[in-house]
Ligand binder design. Structure first.
Ligand SMILES: [Mg+2]
Length: 340
């Protein structure tokens, strides 16, 4: 793939993450399925919105914290990343952070960041959190180490341990990072089922955390089953068979499913005129119980495949952080190219 194309796709990853978060934030915490018509109406109104007026949430805050720290230091410095997470949280207004991660932030700050992995590892009686928080921010890891799967896996896990130490939390971050990598490296997906099978194999071969693999294997096999058996999938089906809430082992598979399901425009008659990246954003936000996070992760994967140009400019600039997202993607890819 030529470098221009790679940069367009890398930009799609970070911009997709921001756009999905901003869009999902509007529909988060609403009970049940959100009509696609309401989401379309909201998006069409974005062309009248002021620049940067649609605010992102904790997902994008932490994506920027992690990505900018990687760029500043040229590598992962756990203490600096922990500090960045905390400084953003304590200096910003409400960004809908989960209460459990806030407990970690308070303890990290109290320890003056001398025990970076301690507070998270002590949560939930020492088992750690398996929330989706370390997967939702992982996209900069893939861009920094694009084309180097062992490094992607290692860093996805390390950054997770600052806040989420449970094997399901760590593996969720690893699987999401690998899904973005596979989408970046694929020019045309001829079979969504094959893409899912290959991603699962790559995850099983490369993850360094063996506990919890079977949970993800089961979820990925359910995705394959649904894709093979059902043409039009109701949101209730996704929620009952895969889940879409705040746990990593629900939200990450739901995001992968959203991307793969939306490849076929005929599965979504109401939004079939839109491109695949937008179909993924609309769909992932419509059924999820954690719509900003699933929206962010699904659209990041879609961005890696379709590229940032698939989001209309007026919608892009309405989102807070759009320009910063493009700059961060460019800086991460530049670092990646220098490393090779
Ligand atoms: Mg959020």
């Amino acid at each position: 793939m030529c470098s221009t194309k790679l940069l367009e796709r890398a930009s799609g990853v970070i911009l997709g993450a921001i756009f999905g978060d901003c869009l999902g934030a509007e529909f988060d915490c609403m009970l049940g399925e959100q009509p696609l018509g309401d989401i379309l109406e909201y998006c069409n109104d974005l062309q009248n919105a002021e620049r940067g007026s649609v605010l992102y949430t904790d997902d994008s805050c932490m994506t920027f914290d992690l990505g900018l720290s990687l760029i500043q230091h040229g590598r992962f410095e756990a203490r600096e990343v922990a500090k960045a997470f905390c400084e953003t949280y304590f200096s910003s207004f409400q960004r809908f952070y989960g209460s459990n991660v806030v407990d970690v932030f308070v303890k990290l700050k109290q320890s003056n960041y001398n025990d970076v992995y301690g507070p998270a590892s002590q949560q939930f009686g020492g088992s750690g959190s398996y929330g989706n928080g370390s997967a939702m921010r992982v996209s900069p890891v893939t861009l920094l180490h694009h084309n180097d799967v062992p490094s992607i896996v290692k860093l996805a896990g390390e950054q997770s341990r600052i806040t989420h130490t449970h094997p399901l939390g760590i593996n969720g971050a690893i699987l999401q990072a690998l899904a973005i990598e596979k989408a970046l490296n694929t020019n045309e997906i001829e079979s969504p089922v094959k893409f899912c099978q290959e991603l699962l194999e790559q995850f099983k071969e490369n993850t360094t955390v063996t506990e919890g693999i079977s949970v993800y294997e089961e979820k990925m096999n359910r995705i394959i089953e649904i894709l093979q058996e059902e043409k039009l999938v109701k949101p209730q089906t996704v929620n009952s068979k895969i889940g879409s809430g705040v746990t990593a082992h629900a939200a990450v598979p739901a995001s992968i499913f959203s991307f793969l399901y939306c490849l076929d425009r005929e599965r979504l008659p109401l939004i079939s005129d839109y491109n695949g990246m937008l179909r993924t954003a609309f769909y992932s936000v419509s059924f999820s119980y954690d719509s900003d996070t699933v929206g962010s992760m699904a659209t990041a994967i879609a961005g890696a495949y379709y590229g940032e140009k698939c989001i209309p400019d007026e919608w892009k600039i309405a989102c807070e952080g759009a320009d910063a997202a493009l700059k961060m993607a460019n800086d991460l890819i530049s670092l990646n190219i220098q490393e090779q």
